[in-house]
Design a protein around this ligand. Structure first.
Ligand code: FE2
Length: 228
């Protein structure tokens, strides 16, 4: 049986966010009295007033995001309770496990999205992200064409510029809903929400106009900071 200290070392689990208020390596035996801290919704009110995004749209979007945070916590709590109650063979456990990726990614992708919004300047052409994009796509324009095309795809989901940590290569991915199509271990550099709720209040069915507004509002400093 794996000892708790070994588990924590192997998984990296044990920060303050997971074992609140206790030294994770000197606390109770693994599996006993583990105190978990719920995820907290972040405040993105600083984005209100972003050109191309009405306050009504943003406020609705913040509320929706908060729902993902709440549901992520609810699903995690329910799964922990089922583990404690010995109900891991129940179909409800399997369904909640499947649901977890959807709620969690819905939470995290919105955070990444809001955090790469609110910029006022274009990408720094001499910066490391612009250089990397040019290396991998042959220029900023070809990359942008690809990313916009991904965003314009029919369906609900996300366009994400990912960096493959194994090679450093940048690749645009379509993420179906919130949880389908993520490259394992990938670093999300730029995240664009293309669910209809992200633009319909302001743009109706004109998704291309929303994508245009998104590009004018990208915080490239935030995106570049994510580059490995
Ligand atoms: Fe969204």
């Amino acid at each position: 049986m794996i000892k708790r200290r070994e588990f924590l070392k192997a998984t990296g689990v044990g920060g303050a966010a997971v074992f609140a208020g206790a030294d994770p390596l000197s606390g109770p035996a693994f599996g006993q009295d583990v105190k978990t801290q719920a995820y907290a919704a972040k405040d993105y009110a600083r984005l209100l007033g972003t050109p191309g995004f009405s306050d009504a749209l943003l406020k609705n979007h913040f509320t929706l995001y908060q729902g993902y945070v709440t549901n992520t916590n609810k699903v995690l709590d329910a799964l922990a309770q089922m583990l404690k109650d010995g109900k891991t063979a129940a179909p409800e456990f399997a369904e909640l496990r499947r649901r977890l990726g959807w709620e969690f990614d819905g939470m995290r992708l919105h955070e990444l999205y809001f955090e790469n919004l609110g910029g006022k300047n274009g990408i720094d052409a001499g910066g490391k992200l612009a250089k990397k994009i040019t290396e991998d796509f042959g220029g900023f324009e070809p990359w942008q064409k690809d990313f916009r095309a991904v965003g314009a795809m029919r369906g609900i989901g996300w366009a994400v510029l990912y960096q493959d940590p194994a090679t450093g290569r940048l690749i645009d991915f379509w993420i179906n809903e919130h949880d389908g199509g993520h490259p394992a271990g990938g670093r999300p550099l730029l995240v664009m929400d293309v669910f209809e709720h992200a633009y319909m209040i302001d743009y109706g069915l004109k998704k291309a106009d929303y994508i245009e507004a998104f590009f004018k509002a990208v915080d490239w400093t935030a995106a570049e900071a994510r580059l490995a």
